[in-house]
Design a protein around this ligand. Structure first.
Ligand SMILES: C[C@@](CO)(OP(=O)(O)O)[C@H](O)COP(=O)(O)OP(=O)(O)OC[C@H]1O[C@@H](n2ccc(N)nc2=O)[C@H](O)[C@@H]1O
Ligand SMILES: Nc1ncnc2c1ncn2[C@@H]1O[C@H](COP(=O)(O)OP(=O)(O)O)[C@@H](O)[C@H]1O
Length: 278
């Protein structure tokens, strides 16, 4: 019987870079919200046992993605096979609605969905701790999708802890269709300089973490046209924040009405940009 798992996008409302580690990764403090329930910004992974492993990719954001061993869904499946010590042949269908290279974590979310799907479909009985370790091997951002909700990420982002939910302000996400490479943004931190380290632990109880992304300068260095999206959102009264390493921006507004007016204006001026209301 076929099973389907939803794979939502994420928003890092707080991303502090604390420094570069000996292994080349960066030490981070992250507060990330998994954007559950936003249908047009959620991938879906469906699968059923079959004679061999295949992956088909459809959906509005499927273009340009390959369904080979480089796909994070297949990489996750190979880790499940390693844990099960046997092949897990299945027909997999991935419906892509999250743009890739946008800082919304779509590939990471698909990988987490694949771990959960394979575990259920073949009744592997892998426990949460083991799934989290496998997720961390797939990518720094994968474990947070296994938790869902609002997550504190430490280390390179893979050490995850559930937080009390932080209510989101009315948001407008704008995607200019540019693809920004995450490694190149981290590398550019050396050119633009590391931000001053600051501990998150000092946040008083109940206070939402600041709207902050220390990768912004580096991403603008790598991809200067990103500034156009930031400025367009600012012009509508929003407070823009770069999503992860880009290229999507999320602007917060005081009211839903202000956000909706901004969406109407930007969709008229820039019909080529992807826009989502959260
Ligand atoms: C920037 C963030 C913020 O959530 O998200 P995206 O913009 O990718 O969505 C993440 O740190 C992206 O995490 P993820 O995309 O899983 O990265 P990984 O596959 O683990 O690593 C890709 C590359 O990014 C760099 N990297 C990643 C994480 C980290 N803490 N330090 C790093 O320097 C390394 O060069 C690494 O080789
Ligand atoms: N299933 C997948 N969906 C999206 N991207 C994938 C997938 N598998 C591998 N990738 C690769 O991972 C890169 C980063 O994807 P993604 O996680 O969606 O973006 P970001 O890191 O900007 O949040 C893509 O550019 C693509 O080359």
């Amino acid at each position: 019987m076929a099973l389907a798992i939803q794979a939502p996008a994420k928003l890092n409302r707080f991303l502090a870079v604390l420094g570069r580690r000996a292994d080349g990764f960066h030490e981070l403090e992250l507060v990330t919200t998994v954007l559950e329930g936003v249908a047009d910004l959620t991938d879906s992974l469906e699968g059923e046992p079959a004679p061999e492993l295949t992956l088909a990719i459809t959906g509005p954001m499927g273009e340009g993605l390959v369904a080979d061993e480089s796909n994070l869904v297949i990489k996750a499946w190979r880790l499940l096979e390693e844990a099960a010590q046997r092949p897990l042949p299945a027909t997999l269908r991935l419906e892509k609605r999250i743009p890739h290279g946008a800082g919304l974590g779509g590939g990471s979310s698909d990988a987490a969905a694949a771990l959960r799907l394979g575990n259920q479909l073949f009744a592997l009985g892998l426990q949460e701790g083991e799934l989290l370790r496998m997720a961390g091997r797939l990518g720094s951002d994968v474990p947070l999708f296994l938790l869902g909700g609002t997550v504190l990420g430490l280390g390179r982002g893979e050490r995850v802890f559930p937080l009390r939910p932080v209510p989101l302000e009315p948001l407008l996400l704008a995607h200019p269709g540019l693809h920004v490479s995450t490694p190149s943004v981290y590398r550019a931190l050396q050119d633009v300089g590391y931000p001053f380290p600051e501990a998150l632990a000092s946040q008083p109880g109940g206070t939402a973490p600041p709207w902050r992304n220390d990768l912004t300068g580096a991403a603008l260095w790598v991809c200067p046209p990103l500034a156009e999206v930031r400025d367009a959102l600012r012009d509508t009264g929003g407070e823009p924040l770069l999503c992860g390493s880009g290229s999507c921006w999320a602007a917060r507004y005081d009211t839903v009405q202000a956000r909706d007016a901004a969406a109407g204006r930007i969709s008229g001026e820039r019909p080529d940009w992807g826009l989502w209301r959260v």
